[in-house]
Design a protein around this ligand. Structure first.
Ligand code: AMP
Length: 215
């Protein structure tokens, strides 16, 4: 499947993407994960992106498009991809349309995961992530804590709060989402590709996607 997953930070795009990869081997492409990897590795991209990310601002479109142009041409994308966190602005969506046309790739659908803001805010404040870059399992200290406090069930590494998941940064990320990313849903609606699914559980969203795709 070739899908775009839209929705606010914390709407569950990553969790849904991981579940969908198991259906047909499509790969999850998370621009947030790619950028965090670059920050950890201390690359030029990481150094440039770091400040924007910690503040909860979007990284400039030009940096993101360079990443995606390369990533979409890698071999593992041939069996399908789930774009998680991209496109996040109208210019990114426009440039993606041109890029996909150039690469001869047709999207199946843009899925807009719709979750109320108060649920999202609470979710992000209590979210914790495994710090092992090869694992990155997600927990929630209220609703899905690890078996042993502070330790990942899967790999035994510490679980941490992301630098951009302080209350201040979360508020800013949600405002940025409303201003810059929410209009992207309208872009795909006009293109006849949008499906909005309201649901706070990833199982409901995955079932909705499967139904739409007839699988
Ligand atoms: P995420 O993990 O998707 O919430 O992304 C974390 C942060 O990475 C965002 O708050 C942005 O600073 C940056 N980021 C991720 N994807 C994009 C994108 N498509 N455009 C601009 N910035 C992005």
């Amino acid at each position: 499947m070739k899908l775009i997953l839209l929705g606010a930070p914390g709407a569950g795009k990553g969790t849904v993407a991981k579940q969908l990869t198991k259906i047909d081997g499509s790969v999850q492409i998370s621009t947030g994960d790619i950028l965090r990897g670059a920050v950890r590795a201390g690359t030029d991209l990481g150094k440039e992106a770091d400040g924007y990310m910690t503040r909860g601002d979007l990284v400039p479109d030009s940096l993101i498009m360079g990443i995606m142009e390369e990533r979409l041409q890698e071999d593992d994308c041939k069996s399908g991809f789930l774009l998680d966190g991209f496109p996040r602005t109208i210019p990114q969506a426009e440039e993606l349309t041109v890029l996909l046309e150039k690469l001869g790739i047709k999207l199946d659908m843009a899925v807009n995961i719709d979750v109320p803001r108060d649920v999202i805010f609470d979710r992000l404040c209590t979210r914790r992530t495994c710090e092992n870059p090869d694992c990155q399992e997600i927990y929630n200290i209220k609703s899905m804590p690890p078996k042993k406090e502070g330790i990942c069930d899967k790999c035994g590494s510490p679980i941490v709060q992301r630098a951009d998941e302080t209350e201040e940064a979360i508020g800013h990320r949600l405002d940025t989402y409303n201003e810059k990313t929410a209009p992207v849903a309208g872009f795909y609606e006009k293109a006849g590709l949008l499906k909005t699914i309201t649901g706070t559980s990833s199982d409901i969203v995955v079932a909705g996607v499967k139904k739409e795709l007839g699988i």
